[in-house]
Design a protein around this ligand. Structure first.
Ligand code: ZN
Ligand code: ZN
Length: 198
């Protein structure tokens, strides 16, 4: 069943909704890469965002689902490295919101679980976006013995990619990559100034 996912920044000035999400249209992962870790650190929210082994929970879906309701003027864009992800956050309270890649070739937004307004969910989060499909980019601090439990195996990675690629392809074919509100639909360039630090 389709469900809406309410999003908000910590102070509540930015409000958005992801319309009509379903597990079949979402890919939920945990990313342990250095970029995601640094981002949590730069925002001053590593305690809230990062799990026990430095992972950030993100779910990817088509930008078509995203509708901004309030506080658009507070949204800012950070790119920590020249070719790194564009990380969109709420500047009012340094809350992370969603990530996109710097190219339009991969038509998705990666929404941080942190900005989901859990109290306003009508059904459990897992019922809307499905289970965590894979833990990616694990580092030395990852408990390798728990790899299966956290879907951090090669098999999880391959099955996740195999599931995700047809979704990306369909979104791209339908032109969803042009639907992100803060990018030029032709060039993919952000329409907001891109910061390299906060
Ligand atoms: Zn805020
Ligand atoms: Zn990452």
């Amino acid at each position: 069943m389709k469900q809406d996912i309410p999003l908000r920044c910590v102070c509540g000035k930015v409000k958005a909704v992801l319309k009509d999400a379903t597990p079949a249209r979402a890919n939920r992962v945990v990313c342990c890469c250095n970029g995601c870790r640094q981002y949590a650190h730069v925002l001053g929210r590593e305690e809230e965002i990062l799990n026990a082994f430095g992972g950030t929970e993100v779910f990817q879906l088509s930008p078509l689902h995203l509708i901004l309701l309030e506080g658009k003027e507070h949204i800012a864009c950070l790119q920590q490295t020249p070719k790194g992800a564009l990380r969109w956050y709420a500047s009012c309270c340094t809350s992370p919101l969603f990530n996109t890649l710097p190219t339009l070739n991969m038509p998705f937004i990666g929404v941080l679980r942190h900005c989901v307004d859990e109290e306003r969910l009508d059904v459990p989060f897992e019922d809307i976006v499905g289970p965590i499909r894979a833990t990616l980019n694990t580092q030395d601090d990852f408990p390798t013995k728990d790899a299966k439990k956290h879907n951090a195996t090669m098999w999880s990675l391959f099955t996740m990619i195999g599931r995700l690629m047809p979704m990306f392809f369909a979104w791209k074919l339908r032109g969803h990559h042009k639907d992100f509100p803060f990018r030029d639909p032709k060039t993919g360039k952000p329409t907001l100034p891109v910061q390299t630090n906060i």
